[in-house]
Design a protein around this ligand. Structure first.
Ligand code: DAK
Length: 259
């Protein structure tokens, strides 16, 4: 397995690829080199047939405190618009397999946006979600305003982005930002267990289900329904559809081939 400087990579359960952000001294500030490694590791898992679901985590104390303020402080618009900076973040959207964020401690700024860009979030009781960019004289730039407005609604998104309102784990669960909250001792195990369950399912159906749910955020209902229907039809070309339905009728467990 490739070794990295800023992250740790492992496969803690069958079918699960785990990436840990590993710069605790700077609260996992999302530097260019760290983002480059993170995206490379996620892309490698995405391309690995043995992996069905990924988990992205930090340490129990901090998920990530945002983009590296030192790196950004003197940047010009032209530098920020340079392909590598944007492209690194955009890659997350191109992953076909699901990614679960396991968040404990601070998820601030780009750290909150990174979690929001994942498909699900399992939080520890100590998790704090916030967009404090307003304190730096800027606004979120990696999806915070858009994804928060779509998940927690306009009222709370406004408060978070305009006035640095931070959400506790319990609030994040209440407002639909996270899937579940667990004690700090077990949140990562819960995220890995959830990922293992998903990884054991029919891989193509999982990928298309992710694609269809994401499409709901991109299109009007009519177009989304048509998109979903076409993906549904397409799955009837897979061996796993035949296997899944045969297994049901024969009252046995299905054996997925991923074909
Ligand atoms: N960047 C750089 N260093 C950071 C950092 C950050 N975001 N957050 C923390 N650190 C560093 C601190 O500088 C300190 O380093 P030393 O002084 O020890 O060398 C160390 O981590 C510990 O921090 P503190 O001493 O401040 O520790 P505290 O426990 O007192 O506070 C904190 C922890 C996380 C609450 C605090 O450090 C904090 O508020 N951090 C900044 C949070 C923040 O403002 N985040 C938003 C950054 S802006 C885009 C993509 C991404 C973005 C934008 C566009 N595109 C693709 C277009 C993202 C932007 C952002 O995230």
């Amino acid at each position: 397995m490739t070794t990295y400087e800023h992250i740790l990579v492992e496969t803690p359960a069958a079918g699960v690829g785990l990436v840990r952000l590993n710069e605790p001294r700077t609260f996992n500030a999302l530097t260019g080199p760290l983002m480059h490694e993170l995206m490379s590791a996620l892309e490698a898992f995405d391309a690995d047939e043995a992996i069905g679901c990924m988990v992205l985590t930090g340490t129990p104390k901090v998920f990530a405190a945002g983009a590296d303020i030192k790196e950004m402080a003197q940047a010009t618009p032209v530098e920020l618009m340079q392909k590598a900076f944007i492209a690194r973040w955009e890659k997350l959207r191109t992953l076909r397999k699901p990614v679960i964020a396991a968040v404990s401690g601070y998820a601030l700024g780009g750290g909150c946006e990174l979690a929001l860009a994942c498909d699900m979030i399992v939080a520890s009781e100590t998790a704090v979600f916030g967009q404090p960019e307003i304190n730096l004289g800027v606004i979120p730039g990696a999806g915070g305003t858009q994804r928060l407005a779509r998940t927690v609604g306009k009222a709370l998104a406004m408060e978070m982005c305009l006035n640095d309102r931070r959400l506790t784990a319990a609030e994040a669960e209440r407002f639909g930002l996270v899937n579940r909250v667990a004690p700090v001792e077990s949140y990562l195990d819960e995220a890995i267990a959830l990922a293992a369950q998903i990884a054991a399912r029919a891989p193509l159906a999982v990928r298309l289900a992710k694609e269809a749910v994401n499409m709901a955020l991109e299109t009007p209902l009519n177009a989304g329904l048509a998109y979903e229907r076409n993906l549904f039809y397409a799955l009837f070309a897979t061996k796993d559809q035949k296997e899944g339905m045969a297994a049901f009728l024969e009252k046995r467990q299905p054996h997925w081939s991923g074909e």
